[in-house]
Design a protein around this ligand. Sequence first.
Ligand SMILES: Nc1ncnc2c1ncn2[C@@H]1O[C@H](COP(=O)(O)OP(=O)(O)OP(=O)(O)O)[C@@H](O)[C@H]1O
Length: 241
Amino acid sequence: MSLVLENLSRRFKDTDAIRDINLSVEDGEIVGLLGTSGCGKSTLLRAISGLDQAYTGTVSINDQVKKGVHDATNFIFQEPRLLPWLTVEDNIMFGLKGKPKASFDRARRFIHYVGLSGKEALYPKQLSGGMAQRVAIARALVMQPDILLLDEPFSALDAFTKMQLQDLLLEIWHKYQTTMVLVTHDIDEALYLCDRIVVLRGQPGEIIKTINVTEPRPRDRGSVELANYKADILDQLDLNQ
Ligand SMILES: Nc1ncnc2c1ncn2[C@@H]1O[C@H](COP(=O)(O)OP(=O)(O)OP(=O)(O)O)[C@@H](O)[C@H]1O
């Protein structure tokens, strides 16, 4: 599903968080929003999801202007935000209440797919951080969102778990071609995952550069090509010494 943002601005009481953001995301694209702290990345994602409605400008999904909470998008946050009194399976199925039985069957396939077979009956406090985030990924995917919004989904995880879950995300993308918008601070993560990286800067946050990452997948995390892209991004952010 395509996503178009036109002149999106958001002002909090005394803070201009983002100003005049224009961005088109094509169907099946993975787009990264990268920028230093406070440049409005999360604000942008919340506007796209409809969780925040106090912006000006428009958010259109498949040529339809959306305002308010809608089910075209689903969120994966930095913390898994699981319900502690529900098992892994019930957390994943939570949003499916009232949906046809087939949705529940599909959800069970997802549990296997994200590597949680055998863990269905565990409670969140019995899970590692990586397992809990797998639950959050499955919970978002069972809702079959047109666009998956990810707000620093792996930043609280150790380096190895992070790499495993990045690969899981790419597997999901290969299988379902889900359009994704990924907020991250991590340039290496953005370069490994994204088709396009939108670099934001300032307060209010504005788009200063868009970079098409044309390296074919699977990408080599240590390649010279990705290192060159990284140097360019660091330059844009004035972080290259
Ligand atoms: N609910 C709010 N009320 C007031 N100001 C807010 C609110 N949410 C965000 N802001 C302000 O808007 C600006 C952008 O915040 P936002 O969280 O979107 O940035 P970010 O790029 O996601 O930051 P980080 O990378 O640190 O998470 C900041 O100055 C922040 O203080």
